[in-house]
Design a protein around this ligand. Structure first.
Ligand SMILES: [Zn+2]
Length: 216
């Protein structure tokens, strides 16, 4: 596998599509509306990042959290058995970002595998996680949920539901813009699977090929 190429091929559009595909109702989205959910979510995330960069010029994510009185906490307990692991979570009730230390360390160690081709330090992975959760904070306290700004989809004849994953599409882009990352942060989930041996590099390449086909 050409490692550099995988990270470059994992464009914002493809990784957003990958996120959208994880939505409970993805199959209910008409083919010609997929692009609408991706494009609009990306726009909302980008705008929020620009606003935040303007408001907090020169501040890092930890300082931004401090200014917004957002606590950085650890979970009460952290288990070691899940394959795809939670790295962070925003808790609205206590205005706190919970960081799963063990998971972050596992990602760091997975990325140090030579098969992966993107090395990040513990602090860099932590920053990415904080930036992502910071977007969920904004949704909760300032701008409203991304999926509420977009059209609901018809699931049954009379029932319509929001496309919840739009929030994460926007959160990833927000994180990417805020930290000026050269890669889409969702790729970390896949590189983690490769680095830990849960998936082989060929699987990832095939998955990107598949996303490219769907997005055409
Ligand atoms: Zn999220």
């Amino acid at each position: 596998m050409d490692k550099k190429k995988i990270v470059d091929r994992a464009t914002d559009e493809l990784m957003s599509l990958a996120e959208l595909k994880e939505d409970l109702y993805f199959k209910k989205i008409p083919d010609d509306r997929v692009k609408y959910y991706i494009d609009e979510s990306i726009k909302i995330g980008q705008e929020a990042a620009r606003d935040m960069l303007n408001t907090f010029q020169g501040k890092n994510v930890i300082e931004i959290c401090e200014e917004n009185k957002i606590r950085l906490d650890k979970p009460d307990e952290e288990y070691d058995f899940e394959i795809v692991r939670l790295r962070g979570k925003y808790d609205s009730d206590i205005n706190s970002i919970i960081l799963y230390d063990l998971s972050i360390k596992k990602v760091e160690s997975a990325l140090s595998d030579s098969k992966v081709g993107l090395k990040l330090s513990y602090d860099e992975i932590k920053e990415i996680q904080i930036a992502h959760e910071l977007y969920h904070y904004l949704e909760d306290k300032e701008i409203g949920a991304t999926y509420d700004k977009l059209e609901d989809i018809r699931v049954f004849l009379t029932k319509r539901y929001p496309v919840m994953k739009c929030s994460d599409i926007a959160a990833h882009i927000f994180c990417k813009e805020l930290l000026k990352l050269s890669y889409h942060p969702k790729i970390l989930d896949y590189l983690y699977l490769v680095g830990t041996g849960y998936a082989n590099p060929m699987f990832l390449e095939n998955y990107i090929n598949e996303l490219e086909i769907i997005s055409k």
